[in-house]
Design a protein around this ligand. Structure first.
Ligand code: AMP
Ligand code: MN
Ligand code: MN
Ligand code: MN
Length: 283
């Protein structure tokens, strides 16, 4: 499957390219079907569509939603990213995103407040400067980058490992909409719900299975295939779940520009014989 990338970020969230630049870069790479999937925002869509006019590329509306799920018998909830694609009627989803953006704005301030006693300074103003002063666009990537620039850590990954990932002192859970409601709203918007990067949640194989099972039960449409750098056994596990639960597949690079320079735009895993691409359902 060449020429498709259904998971990318612009600088509306934690990518580094503007939506315009991203579309130009995608055209140069020979991408014909591109979804812009910023975190909890569809604000780059119009810019992307404008640039794509009369160009050999189709822009698919998209957004990566910070959702959460739990196992029926436990109270613990886990964060999960749901990529919504190809909405024909964006209004229900836009209403959901207003709430998600409020959560994101509050959480970014909370994280910075928790960091103060740990690093002896308040970096909130510098974090905000990275997103044109718009708190509802702040991601942990921006906070990590600020910690690097302040010399508090050497690399962004260290900021996660030391301070802001789950279990660390400045971690704040994203209290987003539950998985079932998220899928429901995506469908009300006549879009498709894709479980993003199923093997990147720090979940045991058993819990990944539970997640995929309830995702399918709630009517989720497709699973994103793991990047080709992941092991063959990981891929086989995902392939088995896709088959067992009768789900379609999605492909995306999760491109973030220079924030994650090792991820290349348009670099997507191979689709296995018999797997059905969600893009075949696009209107
Ligand atoms: P947020 O939505 O604010 O929680 O930020 C999530 C983003 O931070 C993800 O999309 C990744 O780009 C990045 N991220 C999350 N976890 C890690 C990690 N452990 N190491 C590096 N980057 C991460
Ligand atoms: Mn990101
Ligand atoms: Mn994600
Ligand atoms: Mn992403």
């Amino acid at each position: 499957m060449q020429g498709v990338d259904l998971h990318t970020h612009s600088n509306i969230s934690d990518g580094t390219m503007t939506p315009e630049l991203l579309v130009h870069a995608a055209i140069e790479k020979g991408i014909r079907t591109l979804a812009l999937t910023d975190h909890d925002s569809m604000d780059g869509l119009m810019q992307a569509e404008e640039v794509a006019k009369n160009q050999p590329i189709q822009i698919i509306s998209g957004v990566e939603i910070s959702s959460q799920w739990s196992r029926p018998t436990t109270n613990k909830s886990y964060g999960v990213h749901i990529v919504a694609l190809n909405m024909q009627n964006p209004e229900p989803l836009q209403r959901l995103l207003i709430e998600q953006k409020k959560v994101r704005a509050q959480r970014s301030k909370q994280i910075c407040d928790l960091l103060i006693p740990l690093i002896n300074q308040d970096i909130y103003a510098d974090v905000l400067a990275k997103v044109d002063g718009e708190p509802d666009r702040v991601t942990r990537t921006h906070i990590a980058k600020t910690l690097v620039e302040k010399g508090i850590v050497h690399r962004a990954q260290q900021a996660f490992d030391k301070y802001i990932k789950e279990g660390k002192k400045a971690y704040v859970k994203f209290d987003g909409l539950g998985l079932q409601e998220t899928i429901q709203v995506i469908h009300e918007s006549q879009g498709f719900a894709v479980l993003a990067h199923p093997t990147r949640y720090d979940l045991s194989a058993t819990n990944i299975r539970y997640l995929v099972e309830i995702f399918a039960q709630y009517g989720g449409d497709a699973i994103e295939l793991p990047p080709s750098i992941e092991s063959a056994s990981t891929r086989q596990m995902v392939d088995r779940m896709i088959e067992q639960f009768g789900l379609k597949v999605s492909v995306g690079s999760d491109f973030h520009g220079d924030n994650m320079p090792w991820i290349k735009l348009g670099n997507i895993p191979r689709v296995k014989e018999g797997q059905v691409g969600i893009w075949e359902s696009f209107k």
